[in-house]
Design a protein around this ligand. Sequence first.
Ligand SMILES: Nc1nc2c(ncn2[C@@H]2O[C@H](COP(=O)(O)OP(=O)(O)OP(=O)(O)O)[C@@H](O)[C@H]2O)c(=O)[nH]1
Ligand SMILES: [Mg+2]
Length: 374
Amino acid sequence: MAGRIIQSRPNLDPAFFIGRGKVHQLREQIQSGHITLLIFDDELTPTQQRNLENLTECRVIDRTQLILAIFAQRARTREGKLQVELAQLDYLRPRLTGHGVELSRLGGGIGTRGPGETRLEMDRRRIVRRIARIRTEMERVRSQRELHRQHRRDTLIATLSLVGYTNAGKSTLFNALTASEVKVSKQLFSTLDPTLRRILLPSKRMALLSDTVGFIRKLPHTLVTAFRATLEEVVEADLILHVVDRADPQFKDHEVAVNSVLEDLQVKHIPILQVYNKIDLLEARSGRSDSTKGVFVSALTGEGLKELVHRIDALLLRDPVVDCHFVLPHAEARVLSLIQQKGRLLEKEITADFIRVHAQLPQSVARQLNSFVQ
Ligand SMILES: Nc1nc2c(ncn2[C@@H]2O[C@H](COP(=O)(O)OP(=O)(O)OP(=O)(O)O)[C@@H](O)[C@H]2O)c(=O)[nH]1
Ligand SMILES: [Mg+2]
């Protein structure tokens, strides 16, 4: 069971955040409804959090902690994970009582304390030591990253990153483009699992598509670094797809919010394609003329997706598609199937002596067929 409570107050209660009467009312609701977790959509002081837990006998987390837990589940790279853990420890430090604290409450298992969940008791000294170790480890990881980047630059497969405001439809689009199953829901932050899948483009080139955690307004400023850590792959992408919920009346504000994060990420060198989603919810044709640079799609109905993949294909310069003319001896007819499999066969002319072929192929494939060039 889940419920929501809103209280309007002229000022916050320093000890409980909400009014005391409300806390007692909550306590009853928790007991009768078997509630196991209270989430506050705001920041609580360590004292407020502790007082609330003691009085309601229920686990309490605040907005920052919830977002941190989401980032922890979402960070994919080693550096990203370390960065998020660092933010968690920073958050935890002022919240330590004399007796140490369960570190597990910051980690994955939001909602229930499952029997398998490890409960690490940590005192201040151990946290300080852990922070020092993370910093050293981060230095090491950073120096490895350059090697990793070099490797990425050398591979032929391009990467695409889906970014956008939370609920824009990134995961739905990710599913539609990769025909895979990733959890999609009405809830915000439904993307909790690392998601990276292959997509086959019209040019027959493969690309890797990555889904990312949604951007939000009012991101607690202490979490900015940790949030960026979940977006590291965006910095390495060949193309960024900025998904916008075009049917949301506030879509422009969301677009601006996402753009400003992208500016901070220093991704100016990466091409960005605006993808205006949910056009099935718009009046026919309305709102589609307000931008010529973007693509209008419905991830739900599939409308516009064909154009989208063609635009993606045209924007990817890694292993570029080249126009080729080959002359194949009949004995080499099997090359035709290679061409069809790896690229697009545009024309084929069979003469008594040869097969003439006009095709579009990724450069890497065309090179293998150099000897047949006319
Ligand atoms: N009508 C309509 N609904 C859509 C479309 N695309 C996504 N949705 C709905 O929008 C909601 C959010 O979709 P998600 O794909 O989870 O959004 P997201 O951007 O991944 O959200 P976060 O991961 O939370 O940032 C879901 O209820 C989807 O069914 C669309 O083209 N049309
Ligand atoms: Mg998602």
